[in-house]
Write a protein that binds this ligand. Structure first.
Ligand SMILES: [Zn+2]
Length: 171
């Protein structure tokens, strides 16, 4: 998060890295970005803002496709065997102590806990009010005269069929 409530993150591949910015008018779209984690595989779409003395080259995000979400884990303090409550650390590699029963477990280690991802793979587009007027509104996808699949064959999305997730409740 940066002042003005923009969200900036970095994407990279074997050729290098670039910053991406989701600006405040994109509203809840930013919540999608905030839930991403390191090593998620994404495809980003947007306009390129050329570098200046104040900022590096940046992609102004207009939409994002989440291709593959990694599983996310956190380290938690272990539970007391007696009370089943999370214990407190007695210092690095010094074990854990239960605040309730005061039992000490000198050999206890932090446990790895898998966190539920609050995101799904798919295409995310900001609400219409955030779109530049040349950006096709979400509501127009799939009803083009020439046909959606002509311009966006399934291989383009890396999916068997396009999958959409609305980021607002307006439709
Ligand atoms: Zn206890």
């Amino acid at each position: 998060m940066i002042p003005g409530r923009h969200v900036v993150f970095t994407v990279g591949d074997k050729t290098g890295e670039v910053d991406c910015a989701a600006y405040e008018p994109t509203g809840k779209f930013r919540n999608v970005i905030k839930k991403l984690t390191r090593n998620d595989l994404v495809k980003v779409f947007g306009g390129v803002r050329f570098p200046s003395s104040k900022h590096p080259i940046t992609i102004n995000l207009e939409k994002i496709q989440l291709l593959k979400l990694v599983s996310k884990t956190i380290l938690e303090n272990p539970l007391c065997k007696k009370c089943s409550k999370h214990m407190e650390s007695m210092g690095k590699n010094k074990g854990f102590r239960c605040k309730k029963c005061r039992n000490k477990y000198y050999k206890a280690k932090k446990t790895i806990v898998k966190v539920k991802r609050l995101l799904h793979e798919g295409l995310y587009i900001p609400p219409p009010r955030a779109n530049r007027h040349l950006t096709k509104p979400f509501s127009r996808y799939g009803i083009e005269k020439e046909g959606f699949n002509k311009f966006f064959p399934n291989e383009f999305w890396g999916l068997k069929s396009p999958q959409f997730n609305l980021t607002n409740n307006s439709t």
